[in-house]
Design a protein around this ligand. Structure first.
Ligand code: SF4
Ligand code: SF4
Length: 172
């Protein structure tokens, strides 16, 4: 009996090893292979544009006020018809996020009246010093969409006077 029991346990252990040799590997070969993130994943922020290329951010700083980590700094300047960055009176001339302070809570996203700031799917964030963790507007803003114009744009006087577009109620 003393000999049989250890042999059974040994056989069970070897069977577990043998069985796992034929299972599909779960290792992901990162960074060559990247797994898609979940739909509601909160990664690094993106500042969005409208289809015509104008920036959605109007420099209102509501995101900064809502941020519990004091991670956002916004400075606004005036738009004009000749030099227009966004619809309405003002745009963000400075927009910075300190990603070392950010806790990815999404409050900034919820507070934004124009849906300008969005937590995207970018999770590859590494820095060599603390200053590199402060992302300026140039690093946060998305590319101009196809068919749009880069900012600043020259627009007709009287166009784009409304800062906050009319939006449908969210459904989720
Ligand atoms: S996700 Fe949260 S902590 Fe990060 S910048 Fe937005 S409000 Fe601040
Ligand atoms: S991202 Fe939104 S809330 Fe923040 S300053 Fe721009 S418009 Fe205002």
């Amino acid at each position: 009996m003393r000999v049989v029991e250890p042999l059974i346990e040994l056989g069970r252990g070897l069977w577990t090893t043998l069985r796992s040799m034929f299972e599909k590997p779960v290792t992901t070969q990162y960074p060559e292979q990247k797994r898609p993130v979940k739909a509601r994943f909160r990664g690094r922020h993106v500042l969005k544009r409208y289809d015509n290329g104008l920036e959605k951010c109007i420099g209102c700083a509501l995101c900064a006020a809502a941020c519990p980590a004091d991670a956002i700094f916004v400075e606004a300047s005036e738009n004009s018809a000749e030099v227009r960055y966004s619809p309405g009176d003002r745009y963000a001339s400075t927009y910075e996020i300190n990603l070392l302070r950010c806790i990815y809570c999404g409050f900034c996203e919820d507070a934004c009246p124009t849906e300008a700031i969005v937590l995207g799917d970018q999770y590859e964030l590494s820095f060599h010093d603390r200053r590199q963790a402060i992302y300026p507007k140039e690093m946060l803003i998305e590319s101009v969409p196809a068919g749009g114009q880069p900012t600043p744009q020259k627009t007709e006087p009287g166009m784009f006077t409304r800062s906050v577009p009319e939006m449908k109620d969210p459904f989720d």
